[in-house]
Ligand binder design. Structure first.
Ligand code: PLP
Length: 372
């Protein structure tokens, strides 16, 4: 057996929250092209970002995202570095700094809290809803918050990766206010009405590719709002005007992201088909949680359970540790929950095969029967 064949056999069902599982067919394509990208005579890792071969790859990744998400020409699709975390600052630097307005935030988990902390360095940023009293297990209802008509923007996180709380649809937002979303852990899991947004962004390493690249989809008229004296890398207009090549972009990450997007379009059949699969996968685990007579307790309230991150607790820390250790013997890996929620987190992004979820579901059922 060759080394690569044996390591492929050793692949686990990887429930990591991020960087996370990638489609195996994409990894194989990358492997095939690693030494020599067709037409390049070199690895993609070794060619210039100005090389037409790479520029075509970048454009293809943008076009595939546009077709998957139905992104119109009113929006720019940019690839940036700095992860989702840099966007916390960039959004506020471009849309809040010097505006004389206030930015309004809906806080439904850990990432929203981090985002508002950065925005406060740029201007007046206020949480108009904060679910901290219930340890971020829920979403606001429409009567829980009011967005000002003249807010700089309304910010929310569509899927809180740590808590496993996902908005089923966009929060209410006046037409006059740009809606901004951190969709890092759920962009591409289902169709999105992009035209409702001023800006949405996602780092790739959860649901769309490797670490190193962040997708930013921004309504073009908003590009003009920022002060040109904004630090250059944070100034969206630099990235838009230079087609994501204002400086050297993360070429390898964009290349893999493009392949994942093509996999979604060509092998899965687009975002509606993907959502159907994601619902089947997540429903099957939530059903086991709900049918366990309280052995498993879901963290998120039922109406906001995530399709991507299934979070639950067991009766004790000892049982949680036993669950994780025994799961590993079934090739079920990276299930430990984040310390702020505890318990188990099964991240079942697009690339997690049904078989992995079925294996986990069977293990959960057997474990509850043996230990309940
Ligand atoms: C992972 C994650 C982030 C942070 O991403 P980085 O690329 O590490 O900065 C932000 N928001 C959400 C929702 C995430 O899942």
């Amino acid at each position: 057996m060759t080394a690569s064949a044996s390591s492929a056999t050793n692949r686990v069902f990887n429930f990591s929250a991020g960087p996370a599982a990638l489609p195996e067919s994409v990894l194989r394509e990358v492997q095939d092209e690693m030494l020599c990208l067709p037409g390049a005579g070199a690895s993609l890792l070794e060619i210039s970002h100005r090389d037409k071969l790479f520029v075509d790859i970048l454009h293809d990744a943008q076009d595939t995202l546009r077709s998957l998400l139905g992104i119109s020409e009113d929006y720019s699709v940019m690839f940036m570095q700095g992860g989702a975390t840099l966007q916390f600052s960039a959004i506020a630097a471009n849309l809040l700094r010097g505006s004389g307005k206030r930015a309004e935030y809906l806080l439904t988990g850990s990432w929203g809290k981090k985002a508002i902390a950065e925005a406060k360095k740029e201007g007046d940023a206020v949480a108009i809803y904060d679910a901290k009293e219930t340890n971020y297990d829920r979403l606001p209802t429409a009567s829980d918050y009011t967005v000002s008509d003249d807010a700089a923007y309304l910010y929310y996180c569509s899927n809180e990766t740590i808590q496993g709380v996902q908005y089923p649809s966009e929060p209410d937002c006046p037409d006059s206010v740009p809606l901004v979303s951190d969709a890092s852990s759920d962009l591409l899991c289902r169709p999105v009405p992009v035209d409702r947004y001023g800006l949405l962004y996602a780092c790739a390493q959860k649901n769309a590719g490797p670490a190193g690249v962040t997708m930013v989809v921004m309504r073009k008229d908003l590009l003009e709002r920022a002060d040109p004296n904004t630090p250059g890398y944070l100034y969206y207009k630099n990235h838009h005007d230079n087609d994501s090549e204002w400086n050297t972009p993360p070429t390898f990450a964009i290349y893999v992201l493009g392949k994942v997007a093509r996999w979604l379009r060509d092998e899965i059949g687009g975002l509606e088909a993907m959502e159907k699969i994601n619902r089947e996968k997540s429903d099957s685990l939530y059903k086991i949680i709900d049918g366990s007579n309280g052995f498993y307790r879901g963290h998120a309230q039922q109406d906001c359970r995530s399709l991507m991150n299934v979070t639950f607790n067991l009766p004790s820390d000892d049982l949680t540790a036993k669950f994780i250790a025994e799961a590993a013997t079934h090739r079920l890996a990276a299930l430990k929950g984040h310390r702020s929620v505890g318990g188990i987190r099964a991240s079942i992004y697009n690339a997690m095969p049904r078989e992995g979820v079925e294996t986990l579901g069977q293990f959960m059922t057997d474990f509850a029967a043996a230990n309940g």
